[in-house]
Design a protein around this ligand. Sequence first.
Ligand code: ASP
Length: 324
Amino acid sequence: MNARSLFAAFALFLAAADGAFAQSYPTRPVTMVVPFAAGGPTDTVARVVAQAMQKSLGQTVVVENRPSAGGILAPEVVKNAKPDGYTILIHHIGMATTPALYRQLRYNPLADFEYIGLINDVPMTLVARANFPAKDFKEFLAYVKANKDKVTYANAGVGAASHLCGMLFMSAIETDLLTVPYKGTAPAMNDLLGGQVDFMCDQTTNTTAQIKAGKVKVYAVTSAKRVASLPEVPTLQELGLKGFEVGIWHGLYAPKGTPKEAIDKLVAALQAALKDADVNKRFAELGATAYPPEKATPAALAAHLKAEIEKWGPIIKKAGVYAD
Ligand code: ASP
């Protein structure tokens, strides 16, 4: 065999190996890494999506929690994982805010990942412990301002949605409050239920059941419009905080270099999940809205992430919040 035919044979072998990968992937469970504690809002979305995706993938999608304050550990873990399609990351708006919030971040959202697609949008709610001494937002505001040295606000650390919302809220009401960071809002919610902390701003995916059961007080939602599953709760804009709007979006990522064949299958599985009636029913109960399947694409997630980095960078810089 001369050099040219040897090269041709090798190229044929590579093409066949590639084709075989495409046909066979996935041959074992896929791990979906979650940046926050089990039982919290991101975990809840992850489990709904993972369960639906496994129908199309024909393999189990295992949810693995790698919680850390601010959710900055999981992206690093996934960035360093083998890029073979068997490790993926679910993350929220934190992928876009952490580059401005951290002076040293061990991952670059724009360089270290392949994008799979957008998942959903989730509004947030301002909730307090059940015996917080305020029956409505007006009383809440008056109490918080009068007791700013003792009112505690729980969140999941710098980079978490609950932190972002709290930071914007404190700036809107021009009052600094004591923050208590957790590794997710599941443990924060436990302390809110136990009365150890006073209030938090958390996603409807974590608060709806507690609100409906009367276990926490709700004062407002953070979206521009009211949330269909909580129609009686006013928006912060209605309550006088002009322009206040925070919505939390989720996306799916894979380590840079994950083969296109695997990404294509993951995209198809995500799109099928977002069309699934059970998924949409569950999202609606939780106050979340699925993106249309055409947004569950690498291009749509890449464009959204970039736009969100550009949007939040200057807001965060102006607020002067950062971590090391
Ligand atoms: N979504 C986070 C969690 O699952 C918390 C946050 O972002 O505030 O706990």
